[in-house]
Design a protein around this ligand. Structure first.
Ligand SMILES: Nc1nc2c(c(=O)[nH]1)N(C=O)[C@@H](CNc1ccc(C(=O)N[C@@H](CCC(=O)O)C(=O)O)cc1)CN2
Ligand SMILES: Nc1ncnc2c1ncn2[C@@H]1O[C@H](COP(=O)(O)OP(=O)(O)OP(=O)(O)O)[C@@H](O)[C@H]1O
Length: 190
């Protein structure tokens, strides 16, 4: 087996395990997981922000996004093509949405903006700020492109149960600046 195949297998196993743990946490949660996220975002009122429309068992950031939308621009990710960075379309609570690529909802009529703070969904995280996503590399590519122009602050948002001891790493994996769970705010030590 090549090193590349070995890495792909380890990532696949880590994804399957993390998906199970996230599902359990989601089933046990009453849906009030965004309180910590709201308090973090209160320190950045008016800064362009991206959130996400939760799919499957992702922790729900919508209450925090709705609060932020009262003070500044909020956007949600739109997939334009496989292998391309995400783009971000302005979001308002209660706006008309349609299913986008891979099932997440996107605005019916997109008005694009560039976020400076990104709430990033994930399958697993580590305390050092590593992230495992669904394997499309979308957030890795997006953070790399945004950070080439100016700082972009990536906040991983997850259930505490999604913490992993370690995650198989690739050179293209973009680090998280902060991790927020339903009970904790974690600043990665680097
Ligand atoms: N809520 C939400 N919106 C989001 C993301 C996200 O992670 N969460 N994305 C973040 O990127 C983008 C969507 N990316 C996605 C990429 C892959 C799959 C997916 O279902 N993948 C398959 C496996 C694909 C494969 O490896 O062949 C799977 O997980 O079963 C879903 C979403 C943009 N919007
Ligand atoms: N900046 C980049 N430029 C080119 N290719 C990249 C970049 N970032 C990631 N990739 C490629 O995308 C593929 C998937 O990456 P990875 O497994 O890290 O996705 P992920 O972080 O789990 O998914 P996502 O970010 O979509 O949630 C890998 O083959 C990786 O090499």
């Amino acid at each position: 087996m090549t090193a590349h195949q070995d890495l792909a297998l380890r990532k696949r196993a880590a994804r399957a395990e993390a998906a199970l743990r996230r599902k359990e946490a989601h089933a046990a949660d009453a849906g009030a997981g965004a309180g910590m996220l709201s308090s973090v975002l209160a320190g950045y009122r008016g800064v362009p922000l991206s959130g996400y429309m939760p799919i499957r068992s992702e922790i729900d950031p919508l209450p925090a996004m709705a609060e932020a939308a009262a003070h500044g621009p909020v956007a949600i990710p739109v997939i334009e093509a496989p292998g391309a960075p995400l783009r971000f379309a302005r979001w308002e609570p209660d706006m008309a949405l349609v299913p986008g690529a891979f099932g997440a909802l996107v605005p019916e009529a997109a008005e694009f903006l560039t976020p400076e703070i990104l709430i990033v969904p994930l399958l697993a995280f580590t305390r050092s700020g590593h992230r495992l996503g669904y394997g499309g590399g979308f957030y890795d590519r997006t953070l790399e492109a945004l950070r080439a122009a100016r700082p972009a602050y990536a906040i991983g948002f997850a259930y505490g149960a999604q913490e992993a001891g370690e995650i198989p790493l690739e050179p293209t994996d973009a680090p998280l600046d902060l991790i927020v769970t339903e009970r904790e705010i974690i600043t990665p030590a680097r």
